[in-house]
Design a protein around this ligand. Structure first.
Ligand code: FE2
Ligand code: FE2
Length: 619
């Protein structure tokens, strides 16, 4: 590989080590805070260096790939598969850029085998990106799914030239692409089932098999059955037809039976995932009622092993409770007798996550927890939803946590100033207007301010790879995807009573005051009763981002005073003039500045205490 490629890979590994939660070791709280900020600064330097490497080493090559030598192309491929190989994901975004360019080259050269191969790998990369967008509406991520599926669909279309293709490898890519057309979400379960059914017919067809006997046919077929079992729609809106169910049932039987036999031979329980899929489809086929199905699920939940951190173990401890919650959510009448049980599951899940021996930033633990964050059932018990979300941030997205806590203190401080002069400033919000006692109203506003700050970026957990795992500047599509954090925030916060009031801040904090710019379009300022609070969050968020070191690719952090000056320049357009006017008062600006500093210290202290508690001193 080229020296720039080697260096980029070394930087990637360093970047991911630095982005993890820091172990407290023998550090004091103050030293720990300094270490966090230092790590942050180092990741920023690494990110800048990486961009430099790409700008000087990679991009010129990609722009003139026709002129590249065979050796250069080979090195480029090798480099790309170090970034992503279908399993390990170091920098999938860059992987996609490279394979996009290789695909264009293959098209230019009319090299059919290369085109098919590149389409397959580009589809794989895009699938990896899309599968990380957890908990968003289908309509919000449809274009990314379509872009991914298009790659597989085009590669699979070469099936009609299957007989002309000479090499087995290319035939394999065509078939794999055909099977992968069923990856990702669909509007209706039937669409996916139909695709998979056709794929199964192709894979089981002797005509195709005989032309490429060395391909792992059994495995292709098994994986397609496995994908079929994941077509089970657990949602009440996406109804499966009886035909869909029969097809899924058949596959579930095949998959389950094989796993079951394997487990029996090793004297183990069948994996929770297969058992659950099997029960679910039996339930949908009408073999038993919902109550029996829930009881069967509880049987699986009860035998989940809290010391098992394998895929299956994590599935049983976190995913299964997520599916269980999803069924309960759709049939709320089933919840009351199960409240204590649900609370028990969540407590168990949290202590399981706390005792996770590996790196919390790695693996599937966080992905599964994110899935649970979407179906989480809020009870009056000891695991309030908001706290669960804060713990996720603290544990898995420490930089988002630090930023949010800092913003929260700043928002609270500016609201406190406003309330002194104008106690009815936030009276558009129902629950605030209803409070008559002034002291109580003030307290409520400050509490609300704090919550809005703490939760404004919670949607970042749905696109966390972009925010804490991208070791360079974002590419255009990544910028677009990152904007989804506003919509994801609303989806998480709005449905649950303890957090619903914070949803407008999550949705609206990046829109402009005059509506001319910003995102998302789903936020309409004038329709929002909490707009004054959203304005405050938007302003403080902007100031924090500009003054903290988290701006990876601008010209470095600005001083607070400079940031305030810049905000004032945007008065009436980006920011509410009522707010920028306040900041012109030097005393008020100082107060906000102090609050941000306090918030940051507070965040670091909490991170330290939590790390001490869950990671201990050793290591
Ligand atoms: Fe944000
Ligand atoms: Fe933010």
């Amino acid at each position: 590989m080229q020296p720039y490629q080697e260096e980029y890979l070394i930087n990637l590994r360093q970047f991911s080590a630095l982005s993890q939660r820091e172990r407290p070791g023998e550090l004091t709280c103050g030293e720990y805070a300094a270490r966090i900020m230092d790590n942050r600064a180092r990741t920023i330097r690494l990110g800048r260096r990486n961009m430099e490497l790409l700008r000087t080493g990679l991009f010129p090559v990609l722009d003139d790939l026709v002129a590249a030598s065979q050796e250069e192309l080979r090195e480029l491929e090798e480099f790309s598969f170090q970034l992503y190989d279908g399993r390990t994901e170091l920098d999938v975004g860059l992987f996609c850029q490279i394979h996009q360019a290789l695909l264009s080259l293959a098209r230019q050269k009319r090299d059919r085998s290369a085109m098919i191969r590149e389409l397959y790998w580009l589809g794989m990369g895009r699938n990896s990106l899309v599968s990380k967008l957890v908990g968003l509406e289908m309509s919000d991520i449809e274009e990314y799914i379509a872009r991914m599926r298009l790659c597989f669909t085009e590669a699979a279309a070469y099936l009609k030239y299957y007989h002309e293709v000479e090499d087995t490898e290319t035939r394999g890519y065509i078939l794999r692409a055909r099977a992968n057309m069923a990856l990702g979400q669909f509007h209706a379960p039937g669409e996916k089932v139909a695709l998979l059914k056709k794929t199964l017919n192709i894979l089981q067809d002797k005509y195709y098999q005989e032309k490429a006997p060395s391909l792992p046919w059994e495995r292709f077929i098994y994986l397609t059955h496995q994908n079929m079992t994941s077509s089970i729609s657990h949602s009440r809106e996406k109804v499966m037809t009886p035909d869909d169910m029969a097809d899924i049932m058949e596959s579930a039987y095949i998959v389950y039976q094989q796993r079951f036999d394997e487990a029996e031979m090793q004297g183990k329980q069948p994996p929770a995932k297969s058992a659950f899929a099997y029960y679910a489809i039996e339930y949908f086929c009408g073999l038993y009622d919902l109550e029996t199905f829930l009881t069967k699920m509880e049987g699986l939940l009860d035998i989940a092993d809290p010391t098992d951190y394998s895929w299956d173990g994590i599935y049983g401890m976190i995913s299964l409770p997520a599916f269980y919650s999803q069924y309960l959510e759709q049939y709320p009448e089933k919840i009351p007798p199960r409240v204590e049980y649900v609370e028990h599951l969540y407590r168990r899940m949290l202590s399981y996550a706390d005792s996770y021996p590996g790196d919390p930033g790695e693996g599937n633990l966080f992905l599964y927890l994110r899935q649970l964050s979407i179906t989480f059932i809020e009870t009056d018990g000891d695991v309030p939803y908001g706290e669960f979300l804060q713990r996720l941030l603290l544990r898995f997205a420490p930089e988002v946590y630090r930023h949010s806590r800092t913003v929260a203190e700043g928002v609270r401080s500016l609201c406190s100033v406003i309330m002194e002069d104008d106690p009815s400033f936030f009276d558009d919000v129902d629950f605030i207007r209803d409070i008559c006692d002034q002291a109580e109203k003030r307290r409520a506003v400050l509490d609300y301010a704090m919550g809005c700050g703490l939760f404004h970026d919670v949607g970042k957990i749905s696109v966390i790879e972009l925010f804490s795992r991208t070791p360079r500047q974002w590419f255009e599509e990544e910028y677009e995807m990152a904007r989804l954090h506003t919509l994801a925030g609303r989806i998480l916060l709005e449905p649950r009573s303890s957090t619903s009031r914070y949803a407008p801040a999550a949705l609206g904090h990046h829109t402009w005051y005059d509506g001319s710019r910003g995102y998302p379009s789903a936020y309409r300022r004038l329709d929002c009763a909490a707009r004054q609070m959203v304005d405050v969050v938007g302003l403080i968020d902007w100031l924090e981002t500009r003054t903290s070191s988290s701006r990876m690719y601008s010209d470095g952090p600005k001083s607070f005073e400079e940031a305030v000056e810049a905000a004032a320049q945007l008065e009436g357009r980006r920011f509410s003039p009522l707010l920028t006017a306040r900041l012109r008062d030097h005393g008020v600006a100082e107060q906000v500045k102090d609050a941000l500093k306090r918030g940051q210290q507070d965040a670091c202290r909490r991170m330290y205490e939590d790390a001490l508690q869950t990671m201990g001193r050793e290591g």
